[in-house]
Design a binder for this molecule. Sequence first.
Ligand SMILES: [Zn+2]
Length: 255
Amino acid sequence: MQPLAAMTWEEARDAAAAHAIAVLPVGAIEAHGPHLPLETDVIIAQAMARAGAERLAARGLHPVILPPLSYTAAGFAGGFAGTLSLRPETVTAIVVEIAAGLARHGFGLLAIANSHLDPAHLSALAAAVQRAREELGFTIAFPDLTTKPWALRLGEEFRSGACHAGRFETSVVLAERPDLVRERVRAGLPANPASLSRAIRDGKTSFEDAGGPRAYFGWPADATADEGRTLIEALGGILDQAVQAERSVDVGQPW
Ligand SMILES: [Zn+2]
């Protein structure tokens, strides 16, 4: 399974002709507590893309992983140094234009492996899915992890909404890039059970106002690499199922 960026154009042409499924990891450059790197969501999205692509390949499909989209709307973390936030309409435009290129060259579908949960970002991706369908006749599979049934598979902390740089995300980074976890800081971090999803429902628009003065929520001290590996498999399963759901809608597609 070769990533798109490593292919020659002729290899990409052949992959597109076989109606390959393009997989776009989508993360953010955003504050993730005092213990995780700014690229945490990019790391998680790439792990999800890889695990999902393995499942698609096992079904006999042809997944091709794209270079990640690392910049996006990240307004909640905007007050923390290093966070680089785009306007939501910029994000929608980028994804629609990537989809247009894939459609033009014959790819069968775009699957988004997204791990960044800022509401403005999720809305921007949902808008891209709709525009790609309406303007291009092209399908984007985008499982929004904050919705059922997906959220139910990602652990108790995730369901509670205290899910930013906590046990869930820290576990995945421990599995993927342990060298980037500030372990001494992490081990001593007190739990922050404040629920981001509740704060969003209450109209809050920043991590500070949501009760996260150090840009983390949840239980980072409880994270383990083993749990991270289990979560990556769960994320891969979600991506696979989201693609299967789109394929069953588009009966008659050759992929
Ligand atoms: Zn994150």
